[in-house]
Design a protein around this ligand. Structure first.
Ligand code: SF4
Length: 327
């Protein structure tokens, strides 16, 4: 793994404005703003896999889409190498976009049902690479074999495949352009557990073969831990902890990370295991709590947590946390 960061995210915020009623807008002067991502900064080194975890709706997929410019950030910058992606337009943006791809969560919804497998995997080449038809067909066939499918299926349509096979097609489509950086957005969460293991193994293999740099998004810490070099934990749009996999799994600092780890089933737990149970509802990103956003559910909350937001600070080498317990 190279030590130079390939991807840099600087203070990225993404807010969505929701439709509000006439009374809200004109009488109460109130806007409905979903604070999906707030002031996130991180780096991913060349060849590294950064796992990004958190509950559904915590903003992790939105962050992945902002990085790829599928959403425009409200504030902040994203760099791929030395290029500021967030400042690029038109042809310049198209050139950079071919180096960055996404594998989607839902292999059922993400493939066009009217296109054959060959057409689906060929499409990115048609858009981004001026190759002859023969060269394109060779690249498609090669990619299909690398993801473990038989080329005799190239003329079949998505509905003729199982969930795991469809995800393999999605992976082939994402990698056919030989990208440098890939966002894997919950790529196995819609699959059966036995198929999940095969797809994760395949992704590990392809990561080595293509020297990929990955942002691997999941709500399941055990899935993320298998592939990642480091893990970042997100809560209500903010990063609350980031560190190397072993360090974070063995010495979690943030109370929220401890809850996520505690929720992982372990076959060697015998007898009654006293789980950490979160109290309170998940706050709405329309009106997140002040101070530490986790204070309404945190078992360790103190008075200061209600009024003062903690900053993400390094606690040990390469291990940062945002929590007043470690000030
Ligand atoms: Fe809990 Fe306070 Fe730490 Fe937030 S800052 S995680 S409320 S102890």
């Amino acid at each position: 793994m190279n030590n130079a960061p390939l991807l840099k995210v600087e203070n990225v915020t993404k807010h969505f404005e929701m439709k509000s009623s006439v009374i809200d807008r004109y009488l109460l002067k109130k806007q409905n703003i979903v604070q999906a991502v707030t002031n996130v900064s991180l780096e991913i080194r060349e060849g590294e896999t950064l796992g990004l975890i958190g509950e559904s709706g915590c903003g992790k997929s939105t962050l992945g889409r902002v990085i790829l410019r599928l959403h425009e950030p409200t504030h902040g910058k994203v760099f791929l190498g030395n290029e500021e992606i967030t400042a690029l337009r038109h042809e310049d943006l198209k050139k950079v976009k071919r180096k960055m791809q996404i594998i989607f969560q839902d292999p059922y919804a993400s493939l066009n049902p009217r296109l054959s497998v060959a057409e689906i995997v060929r499409l990115p080449l048609k858009i981004h690479e001026p190759l002859s038809r023969k060269e394109m067909d060779d690249r498609v066939a090669d990619m299909i074999e690398r993801v473990g499918l038989d080329t005799q299926y190239l003329q079949r349509y998505p509905h003729q495949f199982s969930g795991g096979q469809r995800q393999r097609i999605g992976i082939a489509r994402a990698l056919v352009l030989r990208p440098e950086f890939v966002v894997c957005d919950e790529p196995v969460s819609a699959l059966d557990v036995s198929i999940q293991a095969q797809i994760i193994q395949l992704m590990g293999q392809l990561k080595e073969e293509f020297s990929l740099t990955l942002l691997f998004i999941s709500h399941d810490i055990s899935v993320v831990a298998y592939l990642s070099d480091r893990i970042a934990v997100m809560y209500l749009g903010e990063l609350v902890e980031i560190g190397k996999v072993d360090e974070l799994l063995n010495h979690p600092l943030h109370p929220y990370t401890k809850v996520l780890l505690d929720a992982v089933p372990q076959v060697d737990r015998i007898g009654v295991h006293k789980r950490i149970v979160l109290t309170g509802d998940i706050p709405s990103p329309l009106s997140p709590p002040g101070g530490c956003k986790f204070h309404t559910r945190c078992p360790d909350a103190m008075a200061v947590c209600r009024t003062e937001a903690p900053a993400l600070e390094e606690h040990a080498a390469g291990h940062s946390v945002s929590c007043h317990l470690y000030r």
